[in-house]
Design a protein around this ligand. Structure first.
Ligand SMILES: Cc1ncc(C[n+]2csc(CCOP(=O)(O)OP(=O)(O)O)c2C)c(N)n1
Ligand SMILES: CC(=O)[C@@H](O)[C@H](O)COP(=O)(O)O
Ligand SMILES: [Mg+2]
Length: 606
């Protein structure tokens, strides 16, 4: 859509139309509502001033970029948002030439802008990278690694800081406090302009004094930090005043230097029910537009809820239990423990690396940390798991939520890699529960275990219903059902998939709840290898380096060569978005598909 010739009134009308379209679509499909509603005016002004056909538009996380999608080539396909086969909820160059980069994990945009600026400079082109980042995403270390270089090398980059005074939850930390010093900021802006005018007319000696005076005022503004790092700061500006935004962006563009435009917006702008600091509206399922009520409510307890309740119970009985989340208090369920024990459970903002490392000394000092992070976001803290926890052999328990396919968030968020990336680390123990009782038992094990361990569980509910459960014992698996020739080995939610598949089999399968993928129950596996010659592995994890790999390593080490092993894990490819069921169906992983496949194999064998 070419908006270069639009009047301000036409742009304002367009903003309304875009918000209506977003509202209607998200109320049907679910999605990131409040971020994107609040960012709409900024994105319109961005498209007006910069040239999306040549300037890299780099959205941080990119959950707020729906208006960008609508302004480029996705108005007609927008109703497929986040559905299987439809458009992604995030920017994705494979989807559109106007999406410069993939995003989904936060705080990468300024690094990307610096990289783009280097390429542009090397190519001698007249283009300018524009990074669009939210206040919540300003907490992560990557931002400051990039600003550190940018402020020194001075590439022309415009950073639009969309400050809605919210992360998903309440933003945490000193940076967030600094950004919200806006009363002083607006006063300071007027004051600064006056001082600068006066300085033009003063002799040299007086300029020094006036500069000192000005700097003492800067100490109370958000600009100080950026300006001292060598990055121009403009703001705060009203992020819903399209006319003012266009003027400001024009100024920023002409500076040909690194510049931050600090814009204040209201999260949820345009949908009153969602406006302001209402965490719920960050990411929602389908809802009724009139009332704002969710269309579907699940009654079954999610794995996260079980974790959350169990953690509080454990914390009630043991004051050594502590825990951390990196900006996902409600998503991980840590919020319940944080409310009850605010001194022992912390949200450290988007800062997975810090979350992991900071739990090390707590373990060293005799506390029991539960480091509660989604599988996908723990990737950010990988070196810290190795260097700061496992090398020290400390008793930190990693509670890995959103393990497996997460559904509509798709490629950037799938929790597929944790088994592979954690299994390689010395001193690490890996276990997984498959229903409510086993989750409690796994957590009880993790609480007592004095070395690093990680347990994983899925988004939403476990596939298996609850059942009685023996306590977890290091490296011990449990046989759930004996069979004839086939052995189904389940890990975590894979046990539920194995149980469901077994119900549809023409032959009775033995079912093993593996419990630990590291260390493996070698005794049990050796014994089972004499009776069962066909092994099928069920685990919601990447096949490369996953559970099947671990079992093949075992068979090879033991020189057991008469077993055929098939693993139902994920192939070596990024997995698309859509409802979990449709995505799993596309991968052939629904129990009925697996049963049909195994039954067919058996028939062919005979
Ligand atoms: C590395 C990483 N950790 C956590 C998240 C989860 N997450 C997505 S958006 C978000 C809040 C971002 O806040 P902000 O940048 O202010 O954007 P807003 O939603 O307020 O527009 C969080 C914590 C993520 N995407 N990436
Ligand atoms: C944008 C982002 O990273 C989060 O908002 C994410 O979508 C949350 O996912 P859950 O809905 O699984 O908590
Ligand atoms: Mg924000």
């Amino acid at each position: 859509m070419n908006i270069k010739e639009h009047s301000i009134e036409e742009l304002q009308k367009l903003a309304e139309e875009i918000r209506e379209k977003i509202l209607l679509t998200v109320s049907h499909n679910g999605g990131h509502l409040s971020s994107t509603m609040g960012a709409t005016d900024l994105i319109i002004a961005m498209h007006r001033v910069f040239d999306v056909t040549k300037d890299p538009f780099i959205f941080d996380v990119s959950h707020q970029a729906y208006a960008h999608k609508l302004l480029t080539d996705r108005w007609d396909s927008f109703d497929t948002l986040r559905t299987f086969g439809g458009i992604s909820g995030y920017t994705k160059p494979k989807e559109s030439q106007y999406d410069y980069y993939v995003a989904g994990h936060s705080s990468t945009s300024i690094s990307l802008a610096v990289g783009a600026a280097k390429a542009i400079a090397l190519k001698g082109e007249d283009r300018i990278p524009v990074a669009f980042i939210g206040d919540g995403s300003m907490s992560a270390g990557m931002v400051y690694e990039a600003l550190n270089e940018l402020g020194d090398r001075k590439y022309p980059v415009v950073i639009i800081l969309n400050d809605n005074e919210m992360s998903i939850a309440k933003p945490i930390g000193a940076i967030s406090k600094l950004l919200s010093q806006t009363m002083a900021g607006s006063f300071y802006q007027k004051f600064k302009q006056k001082v600068e005018k006066a300085l033009d007319h003063l002799p040299e000696g007086a300029t020094y004094m006036a500069k000192r005076f000005e700097e003492s005022f800067k100490l109370i503004t958000p600009g100080i930090m950026f300006e001292e790092m060598g990055i121009e700061y403009i703001g705060p500006v009203d992020g819903h005043n399209i006319e003012a935004l266009i003027e400001t962006f024009e100024v920023a563009k002409k500076l040909k230097k690194p510049v931050i435009v600090h814009a204040q917006t209201t999260k949820g702008k345009g949908y009153e029910i969602a406006e302001g600091t209402k965490e719920h509206w960050h990411g929602v399922g389908a809802f009724d537009l009139e009332t704002g009520k969710a269309s579907k409510k699940s009654s079954a307890k999610s794995a996260t809820q079980i974790y959350s309740e169990t953690l509080v119970e454990m914390a009630d009985n043991d004051e050594k239990i502590v825990g951390v989340t990196a900006a996902m208090p409600s998503g991980t369920g840590l919020s319940a423990a944080m409310e009850k024990y605010p001194k022992r459970f912390w949200d450290v903002a988007i800062a997975e690396q810090h979350a992991v490392t900071s739990m090390g000394p707590l373990a060293k000092e005799g506390f029991k940390p539960f480091c509660t992070i989604y599988s996908t976001f723990l990737q950010r803290g990988y070196d810290q798991v190795i260097h700061d926890i496992c090398l020290m052999d400390l008793g930190v328990a990693f509670a890995i939520d959103r393990a497996g396919i997460v559904g509509e968030d798709g490629e950037t968020h799938q929790g597929t890699f944790d088994v592979s990336y954690l299994r390689a680390i010395p001193n690490m123990t890996l276990l997984a529960p498959y229903n409510e009782s086993s989750m409690k038992a796994a957590m009880a094990f993790a609480k007592e275990y004095e070395r690093p361990c990680a347990f994983r569980y899925p988004r939403g509910t476990f596939l298996a219903p609850d059942s009685s459960c023996e306590p977890y014992e290091l490296g011990k698996s449990v046989m759930l059902q004996e069979g004839d020739e086939l052995l189904f080995i389940g890990y975590g939610n894979g046990v539920g998939r194995a149980l469901l598949t077994a119900e549809m089999m023409e032959e009775k399968a033995g079912i093993l709840d593996l419990r630990f993928v590291k260390p493996l129950d070698t005794q049990m596996l050796s014994a089972l290898s004499s009776k069962y010659k066909k092994w099928y592995v069920f685990s919601d994890s990447a096949a490369k380096g996953g559970v099947g790999s671990a079992l093949l390593e075992f068979l090879s080490q033991e020189n057991i060569s008469d077993i055929s092993l098939t693993t139902f894990e994920y192939d070596d490819a990024f997995i698309t978005h859509g409802s979990t069921k449709l995505v799993e169906e596309s991968l052939g992983l629904l129990p009925e598909q697996l049963a049909a496949r195994i039954n067919q194999d058996l028939r062919t064998d005979r």
